[in-house]
Design a protein around this ligand. Structure first.
Ligand SMILES: Nc1ncnc2c1ncn2[C@@H]1O[C@H](COP(=O)(O)OP(=O)(O)O)[C@@H](O)[C@H]1O
Ligand SMILES: [Mg+2]
Length: 328
């Protein structure tokens, strides 16, 4: 079925994919409005690549339905392919060829006339800050440069929907920043992007909305800020002088906050979410004092994205969680 007039670039409903008796996708739903960046965020093995391969027509699925750019992925795969770009987890570029030669080669693979392919290659090299290195063999590019070349290759045909599967995995911080800048630039040009990542800060930086995926299904969905505030606002950290004081401090923190209290013995630290910042801080200082427990540092802070992620994906791993938690 063709969905004319839809403002969803990607729409997936109840997608299932099984390998043997293992569900790689277990009724996955996804809605991505046109012109937005959507982050599909989840740990290794969550099903991100499986979802991308299905949506890009490279993999058959067992149940559910999916439309990309208004076309049914299962029934109109060629229409879908015509409108998408895919940048995979692993580079597809040739190391011996230069950046320019690689892009020109992709252009010819897509049947662009030679001169059009060359012009497109030049345009993309400029856009991704690779013009100065255009004629160097790709084998001599840095990680960040190579990934930007991957992005450029995915954009040869100016796709309506671009799929980026873990575009910065394995890059150093500088390379990640370069790729982030490149993604922002192409989003400014109106491309819809589905980006998979294991990194919360990456989704936070790039995505308008995030779907958190775990074990083949969406466990949470929303803007980065909404997801962060679901953890209950700020957190308080207490770093102690003596590791022996940890149980006492954890009990106290459990009493004056809504918990759960997370105990980190290696760093002599206990931590909990707080609603009432100043009230909690006051009660904490007084309580520690009464118990003769010396604190080295007390910090009120925003939750890290890792804490949000743990909170969201831990529902089915409660025994692990219990190991880390003490008094509530
Ligand atoms: N070709 C395959 N054969 C069997 N199992 C697979 C295959 N591809 C993926 N899986 C399994 O499906 C699950 C999801 O994998 P994947 O989509 O690659 O996750 P992610 O990209 O989030 O790391 C994993 O448990 C993985 O082991
Ligand atoms: Mg993957």
């Amino acid at each position: 079925m063709v969905m004319h007039g839809t403002d969803l670039a990607i729409r997936a409903e109840g997608l299932r994919k099984r390998y043997g008796d293992r569900h790689a996708l277990d009724r996955l739903d996804l809605n991505v409005p046109t012109g937005t960046v959507h982050g599909l965020l989840g740990p290794n093995g969550a099903g991100k690549t499986t979802a991308v391969r299905i949506l890009t027509t490279l993999l058959r699925f067992d149940a559910g339905r999916a439309e990309v750019a208004g076309y049914d992925v299962a029934r109109q795969p060629e229409q879908v392919r015509y409108r998408i770009g895919l940048v995979g987890q692993y580079a597809a570029v040739d190391e011996i060829l230069s950046g320019r030669q690689n892009l020109a080669m992709f252009g010819r693979l897509y049947h662009l006339p030679g001169r059009v392919a060359d012009r497109r290659a030049d345009e993309l090299l400029h856009r991704f800050g690779l013009a100065d290195s255009a004629d160097k063999p790709v084998g001599r590019y840095s990680g960040g440069m190579r990934r930007r070349l991957d992005l450029a290759a995915g954009l040869i045909l100016a796709p309506a929907v671009l799929f980026l599967d873990e575009p910065t995995t394995g890059l150093d911080p500088r390379g990640r920043n370069e790729v982030w800048a490149a993604v922002r630039a192409l989003v400014g040009a109106g491309t819809t992007v589905l980006l998979t990542t294991q990194y919360l800060d990456e989704a936070d930086q790039l995505a308008d909305r995030i779907s958190v995926v775990d074990a083949g299904r969406i466990v949470a969905d929303g803007t980065p800020d909404a997801l962060k505030s679901r953890l209950g606002g700020d957190r308080i950290d207490v770093v102690l002088h003596r590791v022996d004081d940890l149980p006492e401090a954890a009990t106290l923190l459990g009493r004056i906050t809504d918990g759960p209290v997370v105990r980190d013995d290696d760093n002599r630290r206990v931590s909990a979410p707080v609603a009432d910042r100043i009230g909690t801080l006051t009660a904490l200082v007084r309580g520690l004092d009464e118990r003769g427990v010396a604190a080295e540092n007390i910090v009120l802070r925003r939750p890290t994205l890792d804490e949000v992620f743990l909170h969201l994906t831990d529902a089915d791993r409660e025994s692990d969680e219990r190991d880390r938690e003490v008094a509530r």
